[in-house]
Design a protein around this ligand. Structure first.
Ligand SMILES: [Ca+2]
Ligand SMILES: [Ca+2]
Length: 176
């Protein structure tokens, strides 16, 4: 086994150097990760404790997030009723996880829409795409920034509205 490894590395001297660099890069990455862990608050012994969203919101630690506790996180507060499966007016941990997953899905969908619109603005002719900021929330798109003329404002809005899953476009573009 070891002699085979030796043969391989002597046959291709460059390979082991590359592997060495890769290992060094990996090491650096791990160091950075460890650094992030240490930087966390409420973590005096340096252990990598990641507090879940649930225990962060369940301030009194009674195993349920009430409307008052959920108020700290708008996306959870918004979903309290819909994900309160046992209808006790609070989110137990399993209910909370589902609400959180639903919001994560929403974030993914919205950023996919934003990315698609930015890509289409980029390839469209005569649109100063870098001057246009695109934000999406629950499928509703907001365009803002300053462009050269009213035609560009119209064209950009038309492109945004034509992207799949877009529910509406708020056009705040202005001529500079
Ligand atoms: Ca609670
Ligand atoms: Ca509940």
């Amino acid at each position: 086994m070891s002699s085979r490894l030796l043969q391989t590395s002597s046959a291709r001297p460059g390979a082991s150097v590359t592997a060495g660099i890769r290992l060094a890069t990996l090491g650096l990455g791990l160091t950075l990760l460890a650094g992030t862990g240490h930087a966390q608050p409420n973590n005096p012994d340096g252990a990598a404790v990641v507090q879940s969203g649930f225990s962060r919101l369940d301030k009194n630690g009674d195993g349920a997030v009430t409307a008052a506790e959920a108020a700290a996180e708008k996306e959870i507060a918004k979903r309290l009723k819909a994900f309160d499966a046992n209808k006790d007016g609070k989110l137990q941990e399993a209910e909370f996880q589902k609400a959180e997953q639903d919001n994560a899905k929403r974030v993914l969908k919205d950023s996919a829409i934003t990315t698609k619109i930015k890509g289409e603005l980029l390839v469209a002719k005569g649109i100063p795409s870098t001057a246009i900021s695109v934000e999406t929330y629950e499928g509703r798109v907001q365009l803002s920034g300053f462009v050269d003329n009213p035609e560009q404002i119209k064209a950009a809005a038309k492109i945004a509205a034509g992207v799949a899953d877009v529910k509406g476009v708020q056009n705040n573009l202005k001529v500079k």
